[in-house]
Design a protein around this ligand. Structure first.
Ligand code: PLP
Length: 350
C-alpha cells in the first residue's frame, strides 16, 4: 500500500506550502507558440475558462475547452480512441487519469516541472508521472446546510455514520461514481477506511437516505439552496458556497479525512502535441495553479511547492488522514469492480 500522507499530517503539508509560497516562479521556456489546443476540462467551468484564456494569452495559442466530469471525460476518450478530438485532459481526480494511462489512452510525457511537486507526492510522481501530472489536492468532507438542518431539527452530523439516521431521509446527495471523480473518491475513501464489505454495507444503508446521485462533485448548488441538507464532496467547494453567502459549512468526518489529487494528461494521438506539452509544463507552474483561486474562486490546494494557496482555506489542527492507495484504486480493473458493485448493489436498489 502506498503511504503518502500517513507520516505527513495535512497540516504540515499545507504549512510547508504556505511557508514556501512566494519563492520564484518557474515558467517554461518555449516563448511564443502558435496554433491550437483542444482541452477536455474537468474543473469548474469558470476555472476552465480562465485557465484556457491565461494559457492562450501567454503563448498565443488558440484554445477551446469542453467541460465534463472526470468519469465522463474518461468515457469520451475511450470512445474517441481511434479518432482523438482532444489534446489535453485538464483537471479531474487522479484515479481516472491513471486508468486512462492503463488503457493506453494517454501520451507519454513527463514534464520537467514535475520536480516542483510537494515532496510527499514525489514518490507517486516518480512511479506514475510518465503519463499524468498532479496539479492540486482536495480533501473529501461532508457539506451541511445549517439552516436546513435547523428547520428539520437535526443536529449537524459529525461522522459519516451519523448520516444513517432515518431523519436524514431524502436529505443527502453524493455523486455517481460512474461519471464523477468525486463519487469514485468517496467510494475508495470508505473502502480504504473499512474494507470493501463494510464500506458497501454502509453505502446500502445510506442509500435509504439519498435524495439523488448527482453528476458531479461540483453540484453543490442543491446544498446551497437547501434542496438537500447534506452533500459529500471536497471541502473547498463548501468554502466557496459559504463565501457566496449560503448557510453552508464543510465538516471533516470524524472517521477521517480522505483526499485526492487533481491531474493533467495529454491524450494519445493529440493533434496539437507540442502545444499540449507546453500546456502541461505551464499547468505545473505556480502561476497556472494560482489562476484557480485568484481568478475563479476555486480553492483546492495547489500541488506545486512554490504556489500560494487561497488564504481563506481553513485546515483542521490535527486531521485524521485516511491513507489512499492511488496506484491500487487508479487501476482500471479495481475501478471497474468497485463501480460495478456500486451499480448492482446500491444504485439498483434506489
Ligand atoms: N476538480 C475539482 C477542482 C473539483 O472541485 C472537483 C469536484 O468538486 C473535481 C475535480 C471532480 O469533479 P467531478 O466529480 O465532476 O468529476
Amino acid at each position: 500500500m502506498t503511504t503518502l500522507l500517513s507520516s505527513h499530517p495535512l497540516k504540515t503539508l499545507i504549512k510547508s506550502t504556505a511557508l514556501l509560497c512566494g519563492l520564484s516562479l518557474f515558467l517554461p521556456s518555449g516563448a511564443q507558440a502558435e496554433g491550437k489546443l483542444n482541452i477536455y476540462c474537468s474543473v469548474q467551468n469558470t476555472t476552465c475558462e480562465k485557465v484556457a484564456q491565461a494559457f492562450s494569452k501567454k503563448y498565443n495559442v488558440k484554445t477551446q475547452f469542453v467541460r465534463n466530469s472526470t468519469g465522463t471525460v474518461l468515457g469520451k476518450i475511450k470512445t474517441e480512441k481511434d479518432n482523438p478530438q482532444g489534446d489535453i485532459w485538464y483537471g479531474g481526480t487522479l484515479e481516472p487519469h491513471l486508468q486512462a494511462a492503463d488503457l493506453g489512452l494517454l501520451e507519454k510525457y513527463r514534464s520537467p516541472n514535475q520536480k516542483d511537486i510537494l515532496p510527499i507526492f514525489k514518490d507517486l510522481t516518480e512511479k506514475r508521472g510518465e503519463y499524468t501530472s498532479v496539479i492540486y489536492l482536495m480533501e473529501l468532507s461532508m457539506g451541511i446546510n445549517s439552516k436546513k438542518l435547523a428547520s428539520l431539527n437535526i443536529e449537524p452530523p459529525k461522522c459519516f455514520a451519523d448520516l444513517l439516521d432515518p431523519r436524514f431521509k431524502n436529505q443527502i446527495q453524493y455523486a455517481d461514481p460512474r461519471v464523477s471523480g468525486t463519487g469514485y473518491s468517496f467510494l475508495i475513501a470508505l473502502v480504504s477506511l473499512w474494507g470493501e464489505e463494510k464500506a458497501f454495507d454502509f453505502l446500502a444503508k445510506l442509500n435509504k437516505n439519498i435524495a439523488q446521485y448527482t453528476k458531479s462533485g461540483l453540484a453543490t448548488s442543491n446544498l446551497a439552496s437547501g434542496e438537500v441538507a447534506v452533500d459529500i464532496s471536497f471541502f473547498h467547494t463548501y468554502v466557496r458556497e459559504k463565501e457566496k453567502g449560503a448557510p453552508v459549512e464543510g465538516v471533516y468526518p470524524c472517521e477521517g479525512t480522505a483526499y485526492t489529487l487533481g491531474a493533467t494528461s495529454i491524450i494519445k494521438g493529440a493533434r496539437n502535441l507540442d502545444n499540449a506539452k507546453l500546456f502541461t509544463d505551464w499547468a505545473l507552474t505556480p502561476e497556472a495553479q494560482e489562476v484557480h483561486w485568484r481568478e475563479a474562486d476555486s480553492y483546492q490546494l495547489p500541488a506545486n511547492i512554490h504556489a500560494q494557496y487561497y488564504p481563506g482555506m481553513h485546515v483542521p489542527a490535527n486531521p485524521k488522514i485516511i491513507d489512499i492507495d492511488f496506484i491500487r484504486f487508479g487501476s482500471n480493473e479495481q475501478s471497474k469492480l468497485l463501480i460495478e458493485r456500486w451499480v448492482n448493489g446500491i444504485l439498483s436498489n434506489q
